[in-house]
Design a binder for this molecule. Structure first.
Ligand SMILES: [Zn+2]
Length: 431
């Protein structure tokens, strides 16, 4: 279980508490439920002088899913974790379909519209809508967490590899094998650059060695531009020859090319970094190599939220994460801006967009529906509501979608906030 967020009567964030403590506060009537997801309670007294321990928000932004973790740097306790699923592809698809509709409309005889040619300049820092949405999702959650818990710092994974660390890396034999951080970074970089194949014979799934293209014995450097991945046989056969003398001039050429992924700045991550800084937060950055090194040093399994917990140099020596169950958050959007609903060829063939509020409910509200026994759908259903103009709505519960539940049976638990929630799976204790 994740810890429970606590607010005092004046909505000041206090230290998150163990779920057992939260349950006692609730049953003793000293607190009430403030939010269901993430679970937050509000005390019935004000605590203006309460001492809090600042927590660190750690982010591992990904293209589909972003890992979030709240870590107490002193105790090493992961307090809360989540995996945030973005809706990047969905946005691309919607824009695509909008463009098609507009294109077909231009062929038709419609009223005169003045040309629009001077509104096409992109402002500074513009991101494509799908990337913009990802950045917004993450910023939204950082803001929400700041309202729910005492946040002191932020760590974010910014780039895949640390170029500086790799240039200065001392990689010789044993030191490399046991993996200093720099050596690890180089190893991961080379594995990715040479696509986990021997540069000379193309062998895969064999133990690799690091080959100096211009050998060390002939004063070849340790810079990554002089390194290739080789299997043991090729490394031995090459001996103290250069790659060219060994009959592989192409290897020499490829080694000089920078890895495109590592060189190209990851636009979303940099934009996010800038915006977090603009929000007045101190942001520590880490590399993907460092994250992976931290995680394997602590023998933690690979998940998005554990990657997030391992971001950056500030990661505590002992991370306590075993009991944490991550919250699975999915970005759902809020309603629909399309006024004229049409068919695939762009002709309006459906009723215009209906009102989004029915009986005081909107799509996205989390509700508890108690349906009386006389009805076919009798029972208690808890889940996310999808509104229908008839009043007969759908509820998406943990076990599936239940159709045709009238809103009069529903009781709101949490109003829609653009996200859907699900409880994640607990990991096996030993990892
Ligand atoms: Zn080989």
């Amino acid at each position: 279980m994740s810890f429970v967020f606590v607010l005092d009567q004046e909505k000041r964030p206090l230290d998150p508490v163990h779920p057992g403590r939260a349950r006692r506060l609730l049953t003793e009537g000293k607190a009430a439920v403030w939010r269901r997801s993430p679970f937050t309670i509000i005390l019935k007294t004000a605590m203006p002088d309460a001492q809090t321990t600042p927590l660190r928000v750690k982010l591992d932004p990904g293209s589909q899913t972003t890992g979030l973790a709240l870590v107490n740097d002193q105790s090493g306790q992961v307090v809360w974790a989540a995996e945030l699923a973005h809706r990047g592809n969905q946005i691309t698809e919607r824009l695509e379909s909008r463009r098609e509709c507009r294109r077909s409309r231009r062929q038709r005889h419609t009223r005169y519209r003045p040309q629009r040619c001077d509104n096409r300049r992109r402002r500074e820092g513009w991101l494509p809508p799908s990337l913009e949405s990802r950045a917004h999702n993450i910023l939204t959650w950082v803001e929400r967490l700041r309202r729910l818990a005492p946040i002191g710092a932020i760590s974010q994974e910014l780039v895949k590899f640390d170029a500086q660390l790799m240039q200065n890396a001392e990689i010789s034999g044993v030191e490399y094998q046991q993996g200093t951080l720099a050596g690890y970074e180089v190893r991961e970089y080379l594995l990715e650059k040479w696509q986990r194949r021997c540069a000379y014979c193309g062998a895969t799934n064999v133990p690799f060695e690091i080959d100096h293209i211009l050998p060390r014995s002939r004063h070849g450097s340790n810079r990554v531009s002089n390194l290739a991945l080789a299997c043991h046989a090729c490394n031995q056969a090459k001996g103290d020859r250069t790659a060219e003398e060994f009959g592989h001039p192409d290897v020499q050429a490829q080694a000089r090319l920078p890895l495109r992924d590592a060189a190209a700045v990851n636009t979303t991550r940099w934009a996010l970094y800038r915006r977090l800084r603009e929000a007045g937060l101190s942001v520590e950055t880490g590399t993907g190599g460092r994250t992976k090194w931290n995680r394997s040093q602590r023998q933690m399994p690979k998940t998005h939220w554990l990657d997030a917990a391992c971001v950056g140099a500030s990661t505590p020596e002992m991370l306590r994460w075993q009991q944490i169950v991550p919250l699975l958050i999915t970005a759902m959007g809020r309603h629909n801006r399309q006024m004229c609903r049409m068919n695939a060829t762009g002709f309006p063939d459906k009723a215009p967009k209906q009102t989004s509020v029915v009986g005081g409910f909107r799509t996205g509200d989390i509700v508890r529906a108690v349906v009386p026994e006389a009805s076919k759908k009798s029972g208690v259903h808890v889940g996310r509501l999808a509104i229908r103009a008839t009043g007969s709505c759908n509820i998406q519960t943990a076990s599936g979608t239940i159709q045709g539940i009238h809103y009069k049976y529903c009781h709101p638990l949490q109003r829609g906030d653009g996200y859907a929630y699900q409880k994640g799976a607990a990991l096996p204790p030993c990892g």
